[in-house]
Design a protein around this ligand. Structure first.
Ligand SMILES: [Zn+2]
Length: 167
């Protein structure tokens, strides 16, 4: 058993990918621009409305300020969504969705075995001395020749269900 087998709970990730921030400079720049425009709209609205106490003359500036708030909201949502997209990308890399998988353990999964496993209780597998147990088709288990056992046996051995295949 190699040293790497001891860390099966944490799937191998391409180095460098996870060290990158969720947002890039372009995202920050776009957010700054949008929020800056929104701020200017609010300030101009406030400035125009503050010159005159007449109700009728304050509607336009108030609309401008409300528009500024909406623009700021759009900027924030777009910022959050670009971060959310980055999380989705990492998730695909880590959990290895078949088409986009770059994690090497998913390459040699036996297709016939994958198809024949509906997730029955007796199809759980785990390596000797390891902390987590898996479904036989789990990408983290790969093509390792681990012995299978029932859930009761796994739990009696003090193992926990894998967080990826959720047996
Ligand atoms: Zn698993």
């Amino acid at each position: 058993m190699s040293m790497a087998d001891q860390y099966v709970g944490a799937p191998p990730a391409p180095q460098g990918f996870l060290g990158r921030p969720l947002w890039h400079q372009g995202d920050l720049l776009r957010w700054g621009l949008v929020v800056g425009v929104a701020l200017v709209m609010c300030i101009v609205g406030w400035y125009l409305a503050s010159e005159d106490a007449t109700m009728g003359k304050q509607i336009g500036p108030a609309n401008l300020a409300v528009g500024g708030l909406i623009v700021a909201g759009v900027g924030h949502v777009s910022w959050l969504l670009s971060g959310r997209r980055a999380v989705g990308e990492r998730r695909r890399v880590l959990l290895g969705e078949p088409a986009a998988a770059t994690v090497s353990v998913s390459e040699d999964v036996d297709v016939t075995r994958e198809m024949s496993v509906p997730g029955g209780a007796d199809d759980l597998i785990a390596g000797e001395g390891l902390r987590y147990y898996h479904r036989a088709d789990c990408t983290l288990a790969g093509s390792r020749d681990w012995p299978s056992a029932g859930r009761g046996e796994m739990e009696a051995a003090g193992r926990q269900p894998c967080g990826v295949c959720r047996p």
